[in-house]
Design a protein around this ligand. Structure first.
Ligand SMILES: [Zn+2]
Length: 340
């Protein structure tokens, strides 16, 4: 693992201290697989590549490390035992696939460290960063809505009949397998509503041995996408001892400042931010469409402001690329000295 001697609760604060105060998360993962030609039009989305293109998955992790990311997020966002099951895989095979998503990210980290050792300088002539530094592997857990593959991770609407126990049993085994797989932490990403945050918080108390972050998404800059209060969602994360960072992902950049201000009101845990490019996802067309509202210029120009008001982990989500991550590293003053 990338950071030694830490306990579950101090993993993130230790990591941030050694990373110079602000750490960089990777960028869009599925986006990058697609840019390399992968066809993700499948209920498993990016996790389909765990079946068909493990070399590409490893390569994308490496590309993000070489762009300067300190935290890489596994390809398990839409990998579920239920989803693999509907493709005919047994429970054992499905669990092995979850474990494989973490193994591939750990392999990429190992290859990266070898490249750092063999490199005479921290920067290559073609702009890659090869600086030996602590790197965390975050095992991605996408929401139940992501498994449904109908865009409901952007509506957070699971219907009135949804209950907490259903969500806990949906995620339980997957979270257990990922927690035992060698990942440093679990990244609960794109959490669309309060009930799912509650389900995750309760699952973490069932003997899960690694820490986690909770990352919500918003489409109005005030609430999470379901309309539940972000403040209440962040409070759930705050009161869970295993949660080591709370924040926002896959949300247009223009909403981020306000959302950081809200989260700050209810937690002193590190705040993470990895917005999308500002386009919105059309679930029916299965494509991203440019937003017609307020333009989101290149969000890299906002990154220092977000850090000033309280973010300490920054990266990108859908439609961002290794170039976005490189640009984030260049714009953060603390990064230049850290990577020098
Ligand atoms: Zn995203």
């Amino acid at each position: 693992m990338g950071v030694n001697n830490g306990t579950v609760q101090t993993l993130m604060s230790d990591f941030l201290r050694t990373s110079g105060g602000v750490a960089v998360i990777d960028g869009g993962f599925a986006t990058e697989l697609e840019r390399h030609g992968a066809d993700l039009n499948d209920p498993l989305w990016s996790a389909k590549c765990l079946l068909t293109s493990t070399d590409l998955v490893r390569q994308v992790h490496l590309d993000y490390l070489e762009a300067g990311a300190d935290i890489i997020i596994t390809a398990s966002y839409q990998a579920t035992i239920q989803g693999f099951g509907s493709k005919g895989f047994s429970k054992e095979e499905s669990e092995a696939m979850l474990k494989k998503s973490v193994d591939i990210a750990c392999e990429a980290r190992k290859i990266y460290y070898e490249r750092c050792r063999n490199s005479a300088s921290n920067y290559t002539s073609d702009g890659k960063i090869l600086k030996n530094r602590p790197i965390l592997v975050a095992a991605s857990v996408g929401s139940y809505g992501a498994y449904l593959a109908d865009g409901s991770e952007y509506s957070g609407d699971y219907g009135d009949a949804m209950d907490l126990e259903f969500l806990k049993s949906f995620h339980r085994r997957r979270v257990q397998v990922l927690a035992e797989s060698g990942a440093d932490l679990i990244a609960f990403e794109t959490v669309p509503n309060k009930i799912e945050a509650q389900a995750y918080a309760e699952l973490l108390e069932e003997g899960i041995k690694i820490p986690a972050w909770f990352s919500f998404n918003s489409k109005d800059g005030v609430n999470v996408v379901s309309g539940d209060s972000l403040i209440e969602c962040a409070k759930i994360a705050d009161s869970c001892p295993k949660v080591v960072a709370v924040g926002i992902n896959c949300t247009p950049p223009r909403f981020i400042s306000g959302l950081i201000q809200s989260i700050k009101k209810v937690t002193t845990k590190p705040i993470l931010i990895y917005p999308n490019s500002g386009e919105t996802y059309d679930a029916e067309l299965k494509q991203w469409v440019k937003n017609t509202g307020v333009p989101d210029e290149d969000f890299v120009s906002y990154v220092n402001k977000w850090c000033e008001i309280g973010a300490s982990l920054v990266g990108g989500c859908c439609r961002t690329t290794p170039n976005t991550i490189k640009a984030i590293c260049r714009t953060l003053p603390s990064r230049s000295s850290y990577l020098a």
